[in-house]
Design a protein around this ligand. Structure first.
Ligand code: IPE
Ligand code: IPE
Ligand code: MG
Length: 246
Protein backbone atom coordinates (compact mmCIF):
# COMPACT_ATOMS: atom_id res chain seq x y z
CA UNK A 1 0.00 0.00 0.00
CA UNK A 2 3.00 2.30 0.45
CA UNK A 3 3.52 5.16 2.86
CA UNK A 4 0.74 7.59 3.59
CA UNK A 5 1.32 11.09 2.33
CA UNK A 6 0.84 14.07 4.61
CA UNK A 7 -2.47 14.72 2.88
CA UNK A 8 -3.70 11.17 3.62
CA UNK A 9 -2.84 11.55 7.25
CA UNK A 10 -4.83 14.77 7.44
CA UNK A 11 -7.75 13.02 5.73
CA UNK A 12 -7.67 10.27 8.33
CA UNK A 13 -8.19 12.77 11.09
CA UNK A 14 -11.43 13.98 9.54
CA UNK A 15 -14.57 12.38 10.96
CA UNK A 16 -15.51 9.16 9.12
CA UNK A 17 -18.66 9.03 6.98
CA UNK A 18 -21.68 8.41 9.16
CA UNK A 19 -22.89 5.63 6.84
CA UNK A 20 -20.58 3.19 5.06
CA UNK A 21 -21.87 0.38 2.84
CA UNK A 22 -19.80 -2.59 1.71
CA UNK A 23 -20.28 -5.19 -1.03
CA UNK A 24 -18.49 -8.09 0.66
CA UNK A 25 -17.16 -9.70 -2.51
CA UNK A 26 -14.29 -12.04 -3.38
CA UNK A 27 -14.81 -14.93 -0.96
CA UNK A 28 -14.92 -17.53 -3.73
CA UNK A 29 -11.71 -16.34 -5.39
CA UNK A 30 -9.97 -16.19 -2.01
CA UNK A 31 -10.84 -19.88 -1.45
CA UNK A 32 -9.93 -20.91 -4.99
CA UNK A 33 -6.47 -19.37 -4.66
CA UNK A 34 -5.90 -21.64 -1.66
CA UNK A 35 -7.43 -24.77 -3.18
CA UNK A 36 -10.26 -24.62 -0.62
CA UNK A 37 -14.03 -25.06 -1.15
CA UNK A 38 -15.98 -21.82 -1.71
CA UNK A 39 -17.68 -22.21 1.67
CA UNK A 40 -14.27 -21.85 3.35
CA UNK A 41 -14.04 -18.49 1.59
CA UNK A 42 -17.41 -17.50 3.03
CA UNK A 43 -16.29 -18.52 6.53
CA UNK A 44 -13.20 -16.32 6.12
CA UNK A 45 -15.47 -13.55 4.80
CA UNK A 46 -17.60 -13.79 7.95
CA UNK A 47 -14.44 -13.31 10.05
CA UNK A 48 -13.54 -10.28 7.98
CA UNK A 49 -17.01 -8.85 8.61
CA UNK A 50 -16.59 -9.28 12.40
CA UNK A 51 -13.26 -7.44 12.24
CA UNK A 52 -14.53 -4.58 10.11
CA UNK A 53 -17.74 -4.14 12.11
CA UNK A 54 -15.63 -3.77 15.26
CA UNK A 55 -13.30 -1.35 13.56
CA UNK A 56 -16.23 0.76 12.32
CA UNK A 57 -17.40 1.06 15.90
CA UNK A 58 -13.93 2.20 16.98
CA UNK A 59 -13.98 4.85 14.26
CA UNK A 60 -17.44 6.06 15.27
CA UNK A 61 -19.28 5.04 12.10
CA UNK A 62 -23.00 5.25 12.89
CA UNK A 63 -24.41 2.98 10.15
CA UNK A 64 -22.73 0.03 8.44
CA UNK A 65 -24.65 -1.66 5.63
CA UNK A 66 -23.29 -4.95 4.32
CA UNK A 67 -24.33 -6.94 1.27
CA UNK A 68 -24.33 -10.55 2.45
CA UNK A 69 -26.64 -12.35 -0.02
CA UNK A 70 -28.31 -10.98 -3.14
CA UNK A 71 -31.60 -11.92 -4.83
CA UNK A 72 -29.37 -13.34 -7.60
CA UNK A 73 -27.14 -15.45 -5.34
CA UNK A 74 -29.74 -18.29 -5.30
CA UNK A 75 -28.31 -19.25 -8.70
CA UNK A 76 -25.35 -20.83 -6.92
CA UNK A 77 -25.10 -24.52 -6.02
CA UNK A 78 -27.27 -25.85 -3.21
CA UNK A 79 -24.12 -26.68 -1.31
CA UNK A 80 -22.79 -23.12 -1.48
CA UNK A 81 -26.15 -21.50 -0.63
CA UNK A 82 -26.60 -23.94 2.27
CA UNK A 83 -23.09 -23.15 3.52
CA UNK A 84 -23.76 -19.40 3.46
CA UNK A 85 -27.09 -19.85 5.29
CA UNK A 86 -25.40 -21.97 7.98
CA UNK A 87 -22.75 -19.28 8.49
CA UNK A 88 -25.43 -16.61 8.76
CA UNK A 89 -27.33 -18.68 11.28
CA UNK A 90 -24.18 -19.19 13.33
CA UNK A 91 -23.35 -15.48 13.18
CA UNK A 92 -26.83 -14.44 14.32
CA UNK A 93 -26.85 -16.94 17.20
CA UNK A 94 -23.53 -15.51 18.32
CA UNK A 95 -24.81 -11.93 17.89
CA UNK A 96 -27.86 -12.72 20.02
CA UNK A 97 -25.63 -14.27 22.70
CA UNK A 98 -23.27 -11.26 22.77
CA UNK A 99 -25.93 -8.63 22.31
CA UNK A 100 -25.50 -6.93 25.67
CA UNK A 101 -21.75 -6.73 25.22
CA UNK A 102 -21.74 -5.43 21.63
CA UNK A 103 -24.79 -3.15 21.80
CA UNK A 104 -25.34 -3.16 18.03
CA UNK A 105 -28.74 -2.48 16.50
CA UNK A 106 -29.34 -5.06 13.75
CA UNK A 107 -31.66 -4.32 10.86
CA UNK A 108 -32.28 -6.62 7.87
CA UNK A 109 -32.78 -5.32 4.35
CA UNK A 110 -34.28 -7.81 1.92
CA UNK A 111 -37.13 -10.23 1.36
CA UNK A 112 -36.69 -12.51 4.35
CA UNK A 113 -39.74 -14.63 3.48
CA UNK A 114 -37.55 -16.72 1.16
CA UNK A 115 -35.22 -17.73 4.03
CA UNK A 116 -35.72 -20.79 6.25
CA UNK A 117 -38.18 -20.32 9.15
CA UNK A 118 -35.27 -20.73 11.63
CA UNK A 119 -33.25 -18.00 9.96
CA UNK A 120 -36.30 -15.72 9.72
CA UNK A 121 -36.88 -16.13 13.43
CA UNK A 122 -33.25 -15.35 14.24
CA UNK A 123 -33.45 -12.19 12.12
CA UNK A 124 -36.68 -11.12 13.85
CA UNK A 125 -35.21 -11.83 17.28
CA UNK A 126 -32.00 -9.98 16.55
CA UNK A 127 -33.90 -6.97 15.21
CA UNK A 128 -36.33 -6.83 18.11
CA UNK A 129 -33.86 -7.46 20.90
CA UNK A 130 -31.34 -4.94 19.58
CA UNK A 131 -33.80 -2.12 18.98
CA UNK A 132 -32.74 -0.53 22.28
CA UNK A 133 -29.20 0.21 21.01
CA UNK A 134 -28.66 3.49 19.23
CA UNK A 135 -24.91 3.93 18.85
CA UNK A 136 -24.15 1.59 15.95
CA UNK A 137 -26.60 0.16 13.43
CA UNK A 138 -25.65 -2.73 11.17
CA UNK A 139 -27.93 -3.21 8.19
CA UNK A 140 -27.63 -6.75 6.93
CA UNK A 141 -28.68 -7.18 3.29
CA UNK A 142 -30.08 -10.71 3.00
CA UNK A 143 -31.87 -11.89 -0.10
CA UNK A 144 -31.54 -8.24 -1.01
CA UNK A 145 -31.85 -6.68 -4.45
CA UNK A 146 -32.10 -2.97 -5.18
CA UNK A 147 -34.76 -3.56 -7.84
CA UNK A 148 -36.68 -5.94 -5.60
CA UNK A 149 -36.62 -3.32 -2.83
CA UNK A 150 -38.11 -0.68 -5.16
CA UNK A 151 -40.80 -3.08 -6.43
CA UNK A 152 -41.74 -3.99 -2.85
CA UNK A 153 -41.97 -0.30 -1.94
CA UNK A 154 -44.14 0.51 -4.95
CA UNK A 155 -46.43 -2.41 -4.16
CA UNK A 156 -46.89 -1.28 -0.57
CA UNK A 157 -47.61 2.30 -1.62
CA UNK A 158 -50.09 1.11 -4.29
CA UNK A 159 -51.93 -0.97 -1.69
CA UNK A 160 -52.28 2.08 0.56
CA UNK A 161 -53.62 4.10 -2.37
CA UNK A 162 -56.10 1.32 -3.17
CA UNK A 163 -57.29 1.40 0.46
CA UNK A 164 -57.72 5.19 0.23
CA UNK A 165 -54.97 5.89 2.81
CA UNK A 166 -52.74 7.78 0.36
CA UNK A 167 -53.08 9.67 -2.90
CA UNK A 168 -50.60 9.37 -5.80
CA UNK A 169 -49.99 13.14 -5.60
CA UNK A 170 -48.55 12.78 -2.11
CA UNK A 171 -45.66 10.71 -3.38
CA UNK A 172 -42.32 12.49 -3.59
CA UNK A 173 -38.71 11.31 -3.15
CA UNK A 174 -38.77 11.73 0.62
CA UNK A 175 -42.01 9.87 1.11
CA UNK A 176 -40.99 7.08 -1.28
CA UNK A 177 -37.76 6.47 0.61
CA UNK A 178 -39.92 5.59 3.64
CA UNK A 179 -41.29 2.60 1.70
CA UNK A 180 -37.84 1.08 1.24
CA UNK A 181 -36.08 -1.39 3.57
CA UNK A 182 -33.78 1.50 4.49
CA UNK A 183 -36.60 3.73 5.81
CA UNK A 184 -35.20 6.19 8.33
CA UNK A 185 -31.54 5.49 7.48
CA UNK A 186 -29.58 8.29 5.77
CA UNK A 187 -28.08 7.41 2.38
CA UNK A 188 -24.54 5.98 2.50
CA UNK A 189 -21.87 8.56 1.78
CA UNK A 190 -19.36 5.83 0.90
CA UNK A 191 -19.83 2.46 -0.79
CA UNK A 192 -16.85 0.12 -0.91
CA UNK A 193 -16.50 -2.86 -3.23
CA UNK A 194 -13.45 -5.02 -2.73
CA UNK A 195 -12.50 -7.96 -5.04
CA UNK A 196 -11.62 -5.92 -8.13
CA UNK A 197 -15.10 -5.93 -9.68
CA UNK A 198 -16.36 -2.49 -10.59
CA UNK A 199 -20.12 -2.77 -10.67
CA UNK A 200 -23.12 -2.28 -8.38
CA UNK A 201 -24.64 -5.79 -8.70
CA UNK A 202 -28.10 -4.57 -7.67
CA UNK A 203 -26.96 -2.96 -4.39
CA UNK A 204 -28.73 0.12 -2.91
CA UNK A 205 -29.86 1.42 -6.32
CA UNK A 206 -32.04 4.17 -4.87
CA UNK A 207 -29.85 5.10 -1.91
CA UNK A 208 -26.59 5.36 -3.87
CA UNK A 209 -27.72 8.26 -6.08
CA UNK A 210 -24.89 10.43 -4.69
CA UNK A 211 -22.70 7.93 -2.84
CA UNK A 212 -18.97 7.91 -3.45
CA UNK A 213 -17.79 4.53 -4.73
CA UNK A 214 -14.39 3.11 -3.84
CA UNK A 215 -13.38 -0.05 -5.71
CA UNK A 216 -10.46 -1.98 -4.29
CA UNK A 217 -8.43 -4.93 -5.55
CA UNK A 218 -8.23 -6.77 -2.23
CA UNK A 219 -10.51 -9.84 -1.75
CA UNK A 220 -13.04 -9.48 1.07
CA UNK A 221 -11.50 -12.11 3.42
CA UNK A 222 -8.21 -10.18 3.21
CA UNK A 223 -9.87 -6.78 3.73
CA UNK A 224 -8.63 -5.25 6.99
CA UNK A 225 -8.77 -2.01 8.98
CA UNK A 226 -5.96 -0.47 6.87
CA UNK A 227 -8.05 -1.02 3.73
CA UNK A 228 -10.99 0.72 5.37
CA UNK A 229 -8.69 3.62 6.33
CA UNK A 230 -7.57 3.81 2.72
CA UNK A 231 -11.17 3.85 1.42
CA UNK A 232 -12.12 6.58 3.90
CA UNK A 233 -9.13 8.65 2.96
CA UNK A 234 -10.04 8.33 -0.75
CA UNK A 235 -13.56 9.43 0.20
CA UNK A 236 -12.21 12.54 1.92
CA UNK A 237 -10.29 13.48 -1.23
CA UNK A 238 -13.44 13.44 -3.40
CA UNK A 239 -15.14 16.66 -4.37
CA UNK A 240 -18.85 16.01 -3.73
CA UNK A 241 -20.94 18.45 -5.74
CA UNK A 242 -24.44 16.90 -5.72
CA UNK A 243 -25.08 18.50 -9.09
CA UNK A 244 -24.02 21.97 -8.00
CA UNK A 245 -20.93 23.84 -9.15
CA UNK A 246 -18.02 24.33 -6.80
C1 IPE B 1 -19.22 -12.69 -1.99
O1 IPE B 1 -18.18 -13.47 -2.46
C2 IPE B 1 -20.18 -13.45 -1.12
C3 IPE B 1 -21.50 -13.67 -1.74
C4 IPE B 1 -21.87 -13.23 -2.91
C5 IPE B 1 -22.46 -14.44 -0.98
P1 IPE B 1 -18.31 -14.35 -3.78
O2 IPE B 1 -18.78 -15.70 -3.39
O3 IPE B 1 -19.13 -13.66 -4.80
O4 IPE B 1 -16.80 -14.43 -4.24
P2 IPE B 1 -16.26 -14.40 -5.74
O5 IPE B 1 -16.77 -13.14 -6.35
O6 IPE B 1 -16.80 -15.61 -6.41
O7 IPE B 1 -14.78 -14.41 -5.60
C1 IPE C 1 -22.64 -9.16 -4.97
O1 IPE C 1 -21.61 -10.00 -5.34
C2 IPE C 1 -23.45 -9.75 -3.86
C3 IPE C 1 -22.77 -9.90 -2.57
C4 IPE C 1 -21.54 -9.59 -2.30
C5 IPE C 1 -23.58 -10.46 -1.51
P1 IPE C 1 -21.76 -11.07 -6.52
O2 IPE C 1 -20.49 -11.83 -6.55
O3 IPE C 1 -23.01 -11.84 -6.37
O4 IPE C 1 -21.91 -10.12 -7.79
P2 IPE C 1 -21.53 -10.40 -9.32
O5 IPE C 1 -22.15 -11.69 -9.72
O6 IPE C 1 -20.03 -10.46 -9.40
O7 IPE C 1 -22.05 -9.22 -10.05
MG1 MG D 1 -18.63 -12.33 -6.26
Amino acid sequence: MGLFSKKDRAAEQLPPPQHIAIIMDGNGRWAKKRGLPRTAGHAAGAESFRRIANYCRTLGVRYLTVYAFSTENWKRSQEEVGGIMTLLQRYLEEALRDMEKNKVHFVFFGDLTKLSPELQELCRDAEERSRQYHEVQVNFCLNYGGRDEIVHGVRRFAREVARGERTPEELDENLFSQYLYSAGVPDPELIIRPSGEQRISNFLLWQSAYSEYVFMDVLWPDFGPRDLDEAISQFHRRNRRFGGAK
